[in-house]
Structure formats: C-alpha cells, structure tokens
Design a protein around this ligand. Structure first.
Ligand SMILES: O=C1C[C@@H](O)[C@H](O)[C@@H](O)C1=O
Ligand SMILES: [Co+2]
Length: 299
C-alpha cells in the first residue's frame, strides 16, 4: 500500500488548455480548470499559462479549492546558453515555487529540442549529444540541483521527454549515472517512456530510488505508430490523441504502481494527459483518471 499521508495526487492543466498548442482548450478558463481539478478529487496542480501571474490572486484561487502547486516545468538551455543566464531564470522560477510552497521543480533540457516544432518529425530527428555536451549538461544540472536544494529547499527532478536530448533509456541511464543523486532526481513520465519504446515498468524498477515526481500519462499505441510511420511531429501527435489518461491506453499501470509502492515512493503522482479537450472532455477524463487511480492504488 502507498502511504496515504505521503503520496498525493495532482493533475496538470494541460488537459484543459495546452500551452504548446494554445488553440486546444483556448476557451477554458483558469477558474474552470482548477474548479474541475478539485471536483474530480485532486489536491495538486502544475502551472499553466492561464494561471494568474499575481501570486496573491493565484494563492487565493487555489486555496479556495484545496489545491496546491506541486511542480512547474523549467526549460533549461544548458548546452546553448551561458550557465549564468540559465541560473538567473532558474532562480526566478524557484522564488515563485518557494512562495507557492512547492517542493519540486521539473527541469527539461530544451537546447535543440524538436518537441515544440510543429513540422519536425519527432522520431528520427532528435539531437544526439557528444561527450563534451554530456559533460556540460550533467555538470550544469548538478549545479542547478545544488542551488535549488540548498537555497530554496526544492528538489530538481529531470524530465526525460520525446524530441529532446534526453529521451531514450540509454540517455536517461547516462544522465542518472553522471549526475549526483543528492542534487538531481528523476521525473518519471510513464507516457514519454512508452512513447519512445521503453518499458515504463523496467524504468520504474531501474530508477525507483531516484524518482521524486511522477507524471501519469498513457499512450494510444496506434496513434504513436501513425506518428512514426507518417513522420509527424510531437505536437501533431498530441492533436491526434497520442496521449490519454492512465487506464485509457496501452500501459499496464498495475505493476508500475506496485514498484513505486514497494520503493516507498513519497510525493506527488500527477495525471498529465494532453489531448484535444473538444474530443476528450477534461473534467470527464479527470474523473475517470481519479477513479482508475483509486481502484489500482487505494489512494
Ligand atoms: O511534462 C510535460 C510538460 C508538457 O509541456 C510536455 O509537452 C508534456 O508532454 C509533458 O510531459
Ligand atoms: Co510530463
């Protein structure tokens, strides 16, 4: 059994409004989004573009609904920007997260990423780092992780992601082996592992002791196959429904939950299932995801 007091459930606003494809759910308001998250039984949220920039307004809106910010995506450009520039942006985001009471920051290396390019195929076009770039990335992440831990009390988790320099299992392995567990943890995203052809269960088993944040997303295999065959971009795949909520796709979540449970996982598990809200009603899917997690974990 998961420890009911130590494991919390969140959901990402990306199912209501997709920041990478703003026409998806552009009509959904911030208030609708956070109200439906709470109604569906979630207590945590990540941060979307529609969230109020005024921190007091944001805090009040979340408090009214019993929701807290549990993580926010951070785009690192360690390979292509001076470290000091990355550090400055990182500290600004950490200041916000600390103010919001969050304990996690989810970093992704976005240098050379094709994830946001509408017309670049996501399979076969990703950038491969050379040895010196690996060195820059791992050293930079260790430095950022130390800053977030020691100056802000926030854990840096690294988000492996389709179309980025750290996508495949061998890349995640190299990153984990060459970063300090004290400063760099793993943001385990079931959907991104399954999408690139990795086994989320094997990844959970391998990195159980490094996982400090979880994104629960499922994939529709036939859509991922189409993305591969027709050389589509990551975002075209999102529009077509490559991702969905846990329990609605190809991933067997049961053994994954058992591995996290056995490892004594503590922290947030966040449903993150970006798809077209016109086809997949976000409130309905949030309710279904919550029900699925309750049935599989008792949480
Ligand atoms: O954590 C994430 C943040 C999104 O912006 C991203 O594209 C999505 O796929 C994801 O896993
Ligand atoms: Co994710």
């Amino acid at each position: 059994m998961f420890n009911q007091n130590k494991v919390k459930l969140g959901i990402a606003p990306i199912a209501w409004t997709n920041d990478d494809l703003p026409d998806l759910g552009g009509e959904n308001t911030f208030e609708q989004c956070v109200s439906e998250m709470a109604l569906a039984g979630f207590t945590g949220s990540e941060v979307g573009n529609k969230y109020p920039k005024d921190i007091e307004i944001l805090k009040k809106a979340l408090e009214l609904r019993g929701i807290e910010i549990c993580n926010q995506w951070f785009s690192c450009f360690l390979l292509t920007k001076p470290f000091e520039e990355v550090e400055q942006e990182f500290r600004a985001q950490l200041t916000f997260l600390q103010d919001m009471g969050a304990k996690i920051i989810g970093a992704s290396e976005q240098s050379y990423s094709v994830q946001g390019q509408q017309n670049t195929p996501v399979f076969g076009q990703k950038y491969i780092m050379d040895d010196s770039e690996w060195q820059v990335l791992c050293t930079g992440l260790n430095r950022l992780g130390r800053i977030s831990k020691e100056d802000y009390g926030i854990t840096l988790t690294f988000h492996h992601h389709m179309g980025t320099v750290v996508q495949n299992p061998d890349e995640v392995k190299r990153l984990m082996e060459n970063t300090d567990p004290e400063y760099v943890s793993l943001l385990f995203d079931t959907g991104h592992f399954a999408y690139c052809g990795a086994d989320p269960l094997e990844m959970a088993q391998t990195y159980a002791d490094r996982i400090r944040h979880v994104h629960l997303k499922d994939i529709r295999s036939e859509v991922v196959q189409k993305v591969k065959e027709e050389k589509l971009s990551f975002l075209e795949g999102v529009r077509l429904g490559a991702f969905t909520i846990p329990g609605d796709g190809a991933i067997d979540f049961d053994p994954v939950f058992r591995v996290l449970e056995a490892a004594g996982y503590e922290g947030y598990m966040v449903v993150e299932a970006e798809q077209d809200p016109a086809k997949a009603n976000p409130f309905e899917y949030a309710l279904n995801a919550r029900k699925f997690i309750r049935e599989k974990t008792g949480l």
